[in-house]
Every structure is written in C-alpha cells, then in structure tokens.
Design a protein. Structure first.
Length: 318
C-alpha cells in the first residue's frame, strides 16, 4: 500500500459571460440565448456590485452590462473583468455585440425606440450622435472582448447557433423532447405539437389475455409489432423525426412534445412511445416518456426492462 491519498478531480470552472456592446446590436438576444442554455442572467446591474454578483454560486452566469448603467465606466468594467479572470473557479468571457451604423439607424427607426445616449429630439441625426458617443464610450470593452459579434448581416437563428456553439454547457440538451402516450376518450394532451394516431394498428384490447397488460409488457409488444404495418410506419415516422429534429435545433427550438394516441392509452400508444424513446436515446437525444393514462404500478411488470409506470426519463447527451 503506497499510503498516497486519492484527491478528487477539480470541478470545471463555472462559466461567467459578460455581454456588452452597442444598443440595438443584439445584446438582449444573446442574453436570452444564454438563459435558454441554463445560464442565470442579470441585465444591467449596478456596476458597484458586479464582482459581488459573481460571488461563489454554482450555476453558469450571464451579465448584461452597457451604457445604460448608472455611472457607467468602461475602464472600470474592464478592470473588474481582469480581476475576475484571476479566479481559478470561474471562466470569464467578455462578449461584445456590434453592427454597422446604417444598420443600427434602421433598427431604431423600425422600432421607434430612443437611443439611450441620443441627446433627444426626433429620430435621425441625433440617434447617429448617440451611436457614435456609445461606440467611443465602449471602445475599451470592444478591444478587450473575447468574442466580437457583428450582427449587421446576421440572422437571429444564426446568432443563436453561434452563441450556443460557444457557450453550451457540457451535457446540456440541444432540444428537450417529451414523448406522451394517451387515450383519445380523455382528449389530446394540450402541450402536444406532433400527434400520431395509433388506432390503425391491431388492438390488444380484444385479447382477454393481453387486455390487463400494457404496451410495456413483452406479449403486448409482440402482438402489436407483428402487425404488418407497424414496421413501415415506425421506419417512416422515425425517418421524419430524424430529419426534423436537427432542423428544429438549427431554428432555435428548445422544446418538443410528441404524442401517440390510441383508444385507451394503454397498449399501442404506450408501445410506440417506448420504442420512439429508445430510438431517440440511441441517436443521442434526451427524451422524457410520460404515459398519461396508465395508472402507476408499485413495481414494473416482468419483462419490462428498466421502464417505470407513468413517467420515465431517458437522459443522453445530445
């Protein structure tokens, strides 16, 4: 025995993202994207509490800082960022959003909002003065930025993808998927976005042996899967979803609910929901299965594997 003690591995540093930049350049969109990624977000806090705000928390943190802050001083923010970067427990990134002056003028004209540094009066040259003043004020932060984002010709979905690619936490799901089985007599799940009607498949309800079982039982699964139309349907349905899911992610969609219905919500819909969840997990997607109309049992039935009555979470890295 060597006597050496094993030291636990160091936890990865907590991400802290400071978002700043020109008004109208997309700072709010960047903060919303980070919030969707699981970051705790704070917009425009008093600069005097910036370092205190970072504190010793565990959650990823995103802070919006710009010229609207009372007593804003870009050099003071830059020095605060430098001090934060000395900490070993956090990983600090400074993101600066910018856009061409003509683009910013058009955006302010379209939204009819006042520029925070414009000297007042109608939209037009005074907005241009505010843009120029803000660009000069924020120049030190632009020079110190780890990530410069020019949104002049950047569509919002592309901006989201850029931010997600850079800051998505390890293990975070690209799309949270819920798979629901249900029975039509109790109505469609209100949250369902894609609904598939399984009543075209053979119905185990008419077999007295299978009737008390559910779609999680092997005999019911075998009965339904021997329907000659099951395999072609499942292949086409999963092929459609394999096409749609990456496109949903590319467009910034965060949640998807897929529902399968049958007459009682006990046999066919349950089986297909289970099979789809397994297919999604094998493809690297994170899915939660909810069997809405099954009464939870005290123990899983024989041959049901690791499935649980009522609700099952399948966690996989996307």
């Amino acid at each position: 025995m060597s006597g050496a003690t094993d030291t636990p591995p160091l936890a990865p540093p907590r991400p802290v993202v400071l978002v700043t930049g020109l008004s109208g350049a997309g700072k709010a969109s960047i903060l919303r994207t980070l919030e969707d990624l699981g970051f705790e977000t704070v917009d425009n806090p008093p600069l005097t509490i910036l370092e205190e705000l970072v504190g010793d928390g565990a959650s990823p943190l995103a802070i919006g800082v710009d010229a609207r802050s009372r007593g804003f001083d870009a050099e003071a923010v830059r020095h605060a960022v430098e001090r934060l970067r000395l900490r070993q427990d956090i990983a600090v990134s400074l993101v600066f959003a910018t856009a061409e002056e003509t683009v910013l003028l058009r955006r302010f004209s379209e939204t009819r909002r006042r520029h925070p540094l414009a000297p007042g009066g109608p939209l037009g040259s005074r907005v241009a003065q505010g843009i120029a003043q803000e660009a000069a004020l924020l120049a030190p932060l632009r020079d110190a930025a780890d990530m410069l984002v020019d949104t002049s010709d950047l569509p919002l979905p592309e901006l989201r993808r850029m931010v997600e690619h850079r800051f998505r936490p390890v293990g975070a799901a690209a799309l949270d998927i819920t798979v629901i089985s249900f029975g039509y007599p109790k109505g469609l799940p209100r949250e369902a976005e894609l609904v598939f009607d399984m009543r075209f498949l053979r119905n185990p309800h008419y077999d007295p042996v299978l009737r008390p079982m559910t779609g999680r039982d092997a005999p019911v699964a075998a009965f339904v899967e021997t329907d000659p139309d099951f395999a072609p349907f499942f292949a086409r349905m999963t092929g459609l979803l394999d096409l749609l899911l990456p496109r949903y992610v590319a467009e910034g969609k965060k949640y998807l609910t897929i529902a399968f219905g049958c007459t009682g919500g006990k046999h066919r819909s349950v089986l297909v929901a289970e099979r789809l969840a397994a297919h999604l997990a094998a493809g690297g997607w994170r899915a939660e299965v909810i069997h809405r109309d099954i009464v939870p049992a005290t123990a899983p039935p024989a041959g049901a594997g690791t499935a649980h009555a009522g609700r099952e979470a399948l966690a996989r890295s996307p």
